[in-house]
Structure formats: structure tokens, C-alpha cells
Design a protein around this ligand. Structure first.
Ligand SMILES: Cc1cc2nc3c(=O)[nH]c(=O)nc-3n(C[C@H](O)[C@H](O)[C@H](O)COP(=O)(O)OP(=O)(O)OC[C@H]3O[C@@H](n4cnc5c(N)ncnc54)[C@H](O)[C@@H]3O)c2cc1C
Length: 403
């Protein structure tokens, strides 16, 4: 699958950070992780800390799938507001999902102290795109506050005074953040190498067979990986091997500005997004740029996506100019990528019927980065203790409500 256009921002920013060899011999291990994006890297870090013998394999160069294209806004709220999610999976489960998202941001912050990955805590501001959306935001804010989430509602007057946005209202959330996902991926895998994890890239897994207690993965390099278990952290390409029925494919677009010397009128450098769907999403970077994403379309046809990129980039730029009219900036790069959604906006983590000795770690939806951190935690529990308290929430076999 063609996951993204050729110039994703993090690859341009960082260049090739580290080389890994392709697979040139057969290999045996406890756990084979297929996919060396951020999800595979977080899993490898977590399981190697638990002492497992691991092999990570990727068909591309490490981190060059969707991870290199991610705008990497870290938010605990999933694509469905708490009020809506609680209607589909129940209030207790929905609150738990939100708390796990918040804990995932904490976990990523801890990792960022050990691995420089341009992590920053930022608050998040969700703007009411239309006046009719502000009662919804107020209700959402009240529900979150009842369950202990630090947030508050800003009316038009306060919003204009504090942020200069002339919108009917906004939901201010204290816990959110941003990072460089490509840098984190390489940092985690380099550290895992030191714990004996073997990492191979440019090696495509072409088939998976499970017999008794052994999984055999064949590759396009004519060498096999034998493992007790396999984890498919294959991102949006998982559809080859994985549970398909919950998923819809889409494309999203992004731009990044040149560095802007003075961003002081952007209070708290907060993440900004909005209530309308598909929503616009904005963040700043450590080198004083602004990343803006949005303009999502149905489908992941690369020809359609790439043809639309110039038009979508212009649209994102004009939205940014309208939102922050005081800002002077030039656009440096634009890119686009595929993403997938599930009907309940939750990731698919854990074993799935029909795939013996296999686990999945598929962080579909707008929260792929925090979902990756959650997947690492859940899978570590499943692998070491045979269970995890949150496994059922994200089971690929769950019956998902229709959207
Ligand atoms: C433009 C864009 C913006 C985004 N913005 C955000 C955001 O703001 N916040 C957020 O949380 N998420 C965001 N996401 C989603 C997030 O980036 C992804 O969920 C995350 O990067 C996925 O990481 P991954 O490791 O699961 O997938 P990937 O990075 O795609 O890694 C999977 C890897 O598996 C490998 N693979 C697949 N099949 C095989 C096979 N058969 N054999 C060997 N290797 C295989 C691929 O080569 C790939 O490198 C965004 C995504 C895009 C495209």
C-alpha cells in the first residue's frame, strides 16, 4: 500500500537516523514484531524491558511508514467525544478509554526524558466551529469534569480575550502534548538493540503460518522467522493479515510553515482543533514552525490523494491565515497520508479469532500515537501474565457499533 506522499515532514527534518540490515538468515525468537513504526518500536521497548527475546522486521526502512507522516498531536480524547463514546460502549468504559489516553501521554513523557524526541506538554483547545456546537462542548466539558478530567469551557468573550479567536466557544483541556514520532521510533529501537533485540528492515513478511506452538513468517528475502508468537504492528497495511471488518480507509493532508520568529501571541502553544468533521488540527514545533492538518477525504487511493495535495495545501494555508490573521508565514512543505478509522474510534489490540499465536497492535483513528503506547502496555500484560485489565476494550473481536 502507498501510505504517504514522498516528503513527510519528520523524514525531511531528521534525515536517515540509523541503518538496519535486511534479514539474511533464518532466525528464532520468542516474539516476532512485524512493523518497525512507532507502534512496533514502543512494543519492542516494552517487551525487551520485560526480558523477552524479540525480532522486529519492517518492509520499509525503519519509521518510514505512516510514522514519518504523522503530525503527532497527543490527545487523550479519541475521535468521539466522551458523551458520544459512552453511548456506544457505556460510560464506565468510555471514561476508562479517556483515562488510558491521558496515562499514555504521561508514559510518552517519561520515555522522552530518556530519548530526545522533541516532546512537549501542551494544553489543547477545541473550537466550536459553529455557534450551535457550543452547547455540545459545554455538555462535554461538564461530563469530563464530573469524571476528574482537568478542562474548562471558554465562552466567546473569554476566548477572544485570551486567544484572539472569534468563535462561539471552546473546550480547554490541560493534558495534551506533541512529539517527533520518527525520532522516538529510532531512539526506542536503538535502545532495544542494546537489550539484544534484532531489527531488520527492507524485509517484507509475505506469509504467516501457525503450527502448534510455533509461528513461521516467510519473507521476500527467502529467510524465515520462527517465533512462539507474532505481533502485527503493521499500521494501515495490516489488512493483508488482520481483522478487516472494523475499518474504513481515509486520506489526510498536512502542511508545515517555515520557522516563525515570534509565536508569543499563540498562548501556551496549545494544540488547536475544532468540532466540525473532518476537523482542522494545528500544533507548533520545537523549531518555531506550525503544522496544520486536515481536509480528510474518504479512501486511500494514492493517485487521488496526490492529485489533491496542492489544492488541499492551499486550503489548509488559507484556514491558518483566517484563524491567525496576525501571523506572517510561508509554507515550507506539504504532504499527505492514508489513515484508517474504526467504527467505535478505538484501536484493535490483542489476539483475534482465526489468527492463532498472533496479536495485533493497530492504532486506527486520530490517536495513533497514544494508541501505540496503550498497545505496548496491553500486549506486555498479555504476553507476560496472559491477561490485561483493558484487553477486552480493544479486542479486535469486539462487536463494534455502527457509526
Ligand atoms: C498525515 C497523518 C497525520 C497523523 N496525525 C496524527 C496525530 O496528530 N496524532 C496521532 O496520534 N496520530 C496521527 N496519525 C496517525 C499515526 O501517525 C499513526 O497511527 C502511527 O504513526 C502509526 O504507527 P504504526 O507504527 O502503527 O504504523 P507505521 O508507521 O505505518 O508502521 C507500520 C510498519 O509496518 C510495516 N509493514 C506493514 N506490513 C508489513 C509486512 N507484511 N512485512 C513487513 N513490514 C510490514 C510498514 O512498512 C510500516 O513501516 C497521523 C497519520 C497521518 C498519515
Amino acid at each position: 500500500m502507498n501510505l504517504r506522499t514522498t516528503q513527510p515532514w519528520w523524514l525531511l527534518r531528521n534525515g536517515l537516523l540509523h541503518d538496519y540490515p535486511p534479514l539474511e538468515h533464518d532466525i528464532d525468537c520468542d516474539v516476532a514484531v512485524v512493523g518497525g513504526g512507532l507502534t512496533g518500536a514502543l512494543i519492542a521497548d516494552r517487551l525487551s524491558r520485560a526480558g523477552m527475546s524479540l525480532t522486529v522486521i519492517d518492509s520499509r526502512s525503519i519509521g518510514e511508514g505512516s510514522t514519518a507522516a504523522s503530525t503527532a498531536l497527543l490527545q487523550y480524547e479519541v475521535d468521539q467525544p466522551l458523551r458520544q463514546l459512552s453511548k456506544s460502549i457505556g460510560l464506565e468504559a468510555a471514561v476508562r478509554v479517556y483515562r488510558l489516553g491521558s496515562a499514555a501521554i504521561d508514559a510518552l513523557e517519561v520515555l522522552s526524558r530518556e530519548i530526545a524526541c522533541r516532546f512537549a506538554r501542551r494544553p489543547s483547545l477545541q473550537l466550536a466551529s459553529r455557534p450551535t456546537h457550543s452547547p455540545r462542548l459545554q455538555h462535554e466539558c461538564g461530563l469530563r469534569q464530573q469524571h476528574g478530567f482537568a478542562c474548562h469551557y471558554l465562552g466567546r468573550h473569554e476566548l477572544v480575550q485570551r486567544y484572539g479567536f472569534d468563535h462561539a466557544g471552546a473546550l480547554f483541556t490541560e493534558v495534551a502534548g506533541e512529539l517527533d514520532p520518527y525520532r522516538l521510533t529510532h531512539g526506542l529501537l536503538r535502545r532495544a538493540l542494546g537489550r539484544g533485540v534484532r531489527v531488520f528492515d527492507r524485509t517484507l513478511v509475505t506469509s504467516y503460518r501457525s503450527q502448534g506452538d510455533t509461528v513461521t513468517l516467510s519473507t521476500d528475502r527467502s529467510h524465515d522467522v520462527r517465533a512462539k508468537r507474532v505481533i502485527f504492528a503493521t499500521g494501515y497495511e495490516a489488512l493483508e493479515f488482520g481483522p478487516r471488518r472494523l475499518t474504513t480507509l481515509k486520506s489526510t493532508f498536512a502542511i508545515v510553515t517555515d520557522p516563525i520568529p515570534d509565536l508569543s501571541r499563540w498562548p501556551d502553544r496549545c494544540l488547536i482543533w475544532e468540532t466540525s468533521l473532518p476537523y482542522l488540527y494545528l500544533r507548533t514545533t520545537d523549531d518555531q514552525r506550525i503544522i496544520v492538518g486536515g481536509g480528510d477525504i474518504d479512501g486511500a487511493d494514492p493517485l487521488v490523494r496526490d492529485r489533491l495535495l496542492p489544492r488541499k495545501a492551499n486550503w489548509l494555508e488559507s484556514r491558518l491565515r483566517r484563524l491567525l490573521p496576525w501571523l506572517t508565514f510561508d509554507i515550507a512543505f506539504a504532504w499527505a497520508g492514508a489513515f484508517a478509522e474504526t467504527a467505535d474510534s478505538l484501536p484493535m489490540i490483542g489476539p483475534a479469532r482465526g489468527f492463532p499465536n498472533a496479536h495485533f497492535a493497530l492504532g486506527y483513528g486520530g490517536n495513533g500515537v497514544t494508541f501505540a503506547a496503550i498497545a505496548a502496555d496491553v500486549l506486555c500484560g498479555l504476553m507476560t501474565d496472559g491477561d490485561h485489565i483493558d484487553a477486552a476494550l480493544f479486542s479486535p473481536d469486539r462487536v463494534a457499533p455502527r457509526k
